[in-house]
Design a protein around this ligand. Structure first.
Ligand code: BES
Ligand code: MN
Ligand code: ZN
Length: 516
């Protein structure tokens, strides 16, 4: 007998509407520009870039003296906010450090680091409008479009606020509404494109952050399904189809359904199809783990920090975020999104350690630990993906604590059965500043998954936990070029700054952009 599966009782996000920051590119004159804050740059050793240098001349070299007094050295990520600067029209002056130059250029990482400081430095101000005079900073191998994109990507993160469920939104002073990006006349068109691109990417990142941060009692599998449908409304290129448990049963998805068995919330298989490219072009498939809460099931997790298992749907959120950006940019490619959404709960119908289930592929699985549920939902989603005859499949999952131990919060773990695809994704991550690091998927590890009673066990012991998880998935990815991104360490931050990061939306969008 199965219990009736009820919808969640939940609060609705209180104030979901907020207007986005407006960006524009134009020629600016740093000294004469009336603005609430002028942002200028300096290289290491207080070598002022031209705009900063002009300010320094206009205020009788006080800027130079002030920077020295305050110990500003121009290192990448250093910043100094000056209130009421003299000799210029701006109300405030923000000087950013870009670090050392090589052949007159700074590197891309340092540029990003510097630009990310703008929001931090202004957080305690009441600025609603700023002017960025950084077009004179030269970045190795990158143009004005790229620079503008970085600025828009970084500042648009302010468009998402995590306090929507507070009855009174926290009082914050920074309410940025307008950003002017200074550019040389010949660069205005390129910079404008970059600003649009950056904003579209940030919109996707922010959607992923918002869904990640939502609690498990609101963001259920049903909620994820309705978000997918919302994305598809009035979108000619995007269609969404939701598969219910009944349908999954008919398809033989015994593995996915074994995870949903212990929950009152119905599982959903969410299928998004974006058709922007040529009809004959094989699609790229993005497959997301959407465990909206992972208690561990009967192999119950310990209590400490268990709340963070609301983030176990961040793979799914990154798929939805990427589709958000796709429809904003109307990219001319074909992309399929598959989200395996379920809770992992321990009620009386729950799957027990030792239970054996049959996956859609026909392979039988001995479930030795119900907390290794991500691979159980993903394997059936991967088999389902075969019907789209994809050119490449990328799954995204908060799959293993072991990946956090291996790589920490900096790199996403990447595993692939195809070196070309692995290289392409690694490069996209580098370009986008959302990096992955490749881990081995050698046959040597496969035997850790041997079972006495079924074709495969769902855990492979303590050693190389993120590798054996990937090995498990590889058994269901034999029919296509496939890569697996373990985002357990990168999808959210813990501690005082707890919150979803929106990773790896930027990497995925860059990967798709590079296919166009
Ligand atoms: N969602 C977790 C992985 C996870 C844990 C991500 C902590 C981020 C932080 C996953 O479902 C899980 O529980 N994995 C187990 C696998 C183990 C039972 C083989 C793990 O990593 O402990
Ligand atoms: Mn788990
Ligand atoms: Zn999980």
């Amino acid at each position: 007998m199965t219990a009736a599966k009820a919808p969640a009782k939940s609060a609705k996000p209180a104030n979901p509407k907020s207007s986005l920051i407006q960006f524009s590119a134009k020629v600016v004159e740093p000294v004469k520009q009336t603005t609430q804050c002028l942002v200028v740059g300096s290289y290491e050793g207080i070598k002022l870039a031209p705009a900063a240098s002009a300010v320094n001349v206009a205020d009788a070299h006080q800027l130079d003296a002030l920077l020295k007094r305050e110990g500003f050295q121009g290192k990448a990520g250093q910043s100094l906010l000056l209130l009421n600067p003299q000799g210029i029209a701006a109300e405030r002056l923000l000087v950013l450090g870009f670090g050392a130059t090589k052949d007159g250029h700074v590197n891309a990482d340092n540029y990003r680091r510097a630009v990310q400081k703008i929001a931090d430095a202004l957080r305690a101000t009441t600025c609603t409008e700023i002017t960025i005079a950084l077009a004179d900073i030269s970045v190795a191998e990158q143009d004005a479009q790229w620079q503008a994109r970085q600025v828009a990507e970084s500042l648009s993160l302010l468009d998402y606020r995590a306090d929507k469920l507070k009855s009174k939104p926290a009082e914050i002073s920074l309410q940025l509404k307008k950003v002017i990006f200074g550019a040389a006349k010949t660069q205005v068109a390129d910079a404008t494109k970059g600003l649009q691109l950056g904003q579209a990417i940030a919109k996707g990142v922010n959607l992923a952050r918002e869904l990640g941060d939502l609690p498990g009692n609101i963001c259920t599998p049903t909620y994820l399904a309705s978000e997918a449908k919302r994305l598809a409304t009035k979108q000619a290129k995007l269609s969404v189809n939701i598969l219910e448990e009944k349908h999954m049963k008919e398809l033989g998805m015994g593995s996915l359904l074994s995870v949903a068995a212990g929950s009152d919330q119905p599982a959903k298989l969410i299928v998004l199809e974006y058709k922007g490219g040529n009809k004959k072009q094989a699609p790229i498939a993005l497959v997301g783990k959407g465990i909206t809460f992972d208690t561990g099931g009967i192999s119950l997790k310990p209590g400490a920090a268990m709340d963070e298992m609301k983030y176990d749907m961040c793979g799914a959120a990154s798929v939805l975020g990427t589709f958000q950006t796709l429809i904003d940019l109307q990219l001319p490619i074909n992309v399929v999104g598959i989200i395996a959404a379920s809770e992992n709960m321990p009620n009386g119908n729950a799957t027990k350690p030792g239970d054996i289930v049959t996956s859609m592929s026909g392979q039988t699985i001995e479930i030795l630990n119900t907390d290794a549920e991500g691979r159980l939902v993903l394997c059936d989603a991967l088999t389902y993906t075969e019907r789209f005859k994809p050119e490449a499949v990328v799954d995204i999952a908060t799959l293993t604590g072991a990946c956090v131990i291996a790589l920490g919060n900096h790199a996403t773990g990447l595993f692939s059965n195809n070196d070309e695809l692995a290289k392409t994704l690694l490069k996209a991550g580098e370009e986008a500043g959302d990096r992955a690091w490749q881990m081995p998927l050698w046959d040597d590890y496969q035997k850790q998954l041997d079972s006495n009673f079924a074709d495969i066990a769902n855990i492979g012991g303590r050693e190389a936990g993120s590798v054996t998880a990937a090995c498990f998935l590889s058994r269901f990815a034999k029919k296509f070029a496939w890569a697996h991104l373990d985002i357990a360490g990168t999808a959210w931050r813990s501690g005082g700054a707890k919150g979803a990061t929106g990773r790896p939306v930027t990497m995925l969008v860059q990967y798709l952009l590079n296919q166009v």
